[in-house]
Design a protein around this ligand. Structure first.
Ligand code: GLA
Length: 391
């Protein structure tokens, strides 16, 4: 932490003249353990917040302008905008914080005319890795604004608001999982969230003799947004077809058995596969949480692998890079479970690895990946941490 505080302090002094009176905030990144691509199908998800994330040093500047700087991308310089002119996107990373201000103002939370801030952001989430760096920036922004201007927003409200800013301001049609996992994160706990109702419970996620290892494919996720929206569209089309034989609010309202009974109506094989993934993934998530509560980590790991297979063959969001990481992981003795995590099409896998097998894992998955894909993957042993905070 001292190192990060130094980065923030130095940047703040260099770019905005002084660190005097600055407040430092943190919001985590997240990893989803199981329940993928079902937060927009009314399903259950099981993510957790990480101890890595995004930091911000924040200070009121007494003007009507927000001035934002990223210590990760100094070449981009300062991004600024007036706090009373929030409608336009600027097509740069500052659209994430700006979107939060925009969403806040839609909800009646406005800043005073001289409420401008100087902010330095710094993140230690690997770039574009699928560990939700954008949701982390959003929740971080909502947190410091709420604190500094007395909005007193609770975590669930922050999650909804940040999702709204991502959907409506930034045009990314995501579900609520990422923002919820980050805004509601708790140390050593995973969040069992019903995305249809936002009911949630915290489930202890403390592994004795095992570690959570993230393997990052380092693949640029060029098509991610358009493919993501395409999957959403396919799920909606499948739901509409199923609705002709049984009234349903969402695909995940069906058990696998109920789905089998009516799936004949899905004559398009692609829609059949997409819907089958959603229904079975929801079921796997319910069973995984049950297994964990019963202390059966082996079963939890098997369900993670089944989740990857379903995302690979039915939902088709893995691709050669994530499959190479997954296949290599499954071949390592001591791997309890492994799967892609997040939207897919690049990004990361998450694996539960016996402590004494972590070094072998990194070495042998790393070698296999380089051989199959031609460049290196990166590995991170991560811990489950708390939600946003003033530090
Ligand atoms: C992205 C989205 C989430 C969720 C996942 C897939 O991370 O932001 O809402 O849909 O993909 O599970």
């Amino acid at each position: 932490m001292d190192e990060i505080r130094t980065i923030l302090k130095n940047s703040m002094e260099e770019v905005f003249g002084s660190f005097e009176g600055a407040n430092v905030y943190f919001a985590p990144g997240r990893v989803n353990l199981i329940g993928e691509h079902i937060d927009y199908n009314g399903g259950h998800v099981f993510p957790c917040a990480l101890t890595i994330g995004t930091y911000a040093a924040v200070r009121k500047n007494g003007t009507g302008t927000m001035r934002l700087y990223s210590a990760n991308f100094p070449q981009n310089g300062i991004g600024s905008f007036a706090i009373n002119a929030l409608d336009e996107r600027q097509k740069r990373w500052t659209d994430y914080p700006k979107g939060v201000l925009w969403a806040l103002s839609r909800h009646g939370f406005t800043l005073p005319a001289d409420g401008g801030l100087d902010v330095v952001y710094y993140g230690n989430i690997p770039n574009g890795s699928g560990l939700s760096s954008s949701a982390s920036i959003e929740v971080l922004t909502a947190k410091y604004l709420s604190d500094l201007f007395g909005f007193d927003l609770d975590g669930v409200y922050v999650a909804r608001l940040c999702k709204e800013s991502e959907n409506l301001f930034n045009g990314v049609n995501c579900g609520i999982m990422d923002q919820f996992a980050i805004a509601m994160g708790a140390k050593d706990k995973a969040i069992f969230l019903d995305t249809a109702t936002l009911d949630y419970t915290y489930v202890p996620f403390v592994l004795s003799n095992a570690k959570i290892v993230i393997a990052c494919s380092n693949k640029k996720r060029g098509l991610a947004d358009s493919e993501y929206n395409k999957r959403r569209g396919e799920c909606e089309a499948a739901l509409a077809a199923l609705n002709t034989v049984r009234p349903l609010k969402a695909l995940c309202d069906l058990t696998p058995e109920q789905f089998e009974e009516i799936s004949g109506v899905l004559t398009d094989p692609v829609l059949l596969k997409r819907a089958r993934h959603a229904v079975t993934e929801n079921d796997r998530t319910l069973r995984a949480v049950e297994a964990l509560n019963a202390g059966d980590l082996t079963q939890f790991g098997e369900l993670m692998k089944a989740s990857h297979d379903s995302l690979r063959y039915d939902f088709e969001v893995t691709g050669p890079e994530l499959d190479a990481l997954y296949d290599a992981a499954c071949a390592v003795d001591g791997v309890i479970g492994s799967r892609m995590t997040g939207a897919g099409f690049g990004g990361c896998t998450v694996s539960l690895v016996r402590e004494d097998a972590v070094d072998t894992f990194v070495q042998s998955v790393g070698e296999a990946y380089r051989k199959a894909i031609g460049y290196d993957a990166s590995f991170y042993v991560v811990s489950v941490g708390d939600g946003p905070q003033n530090i």
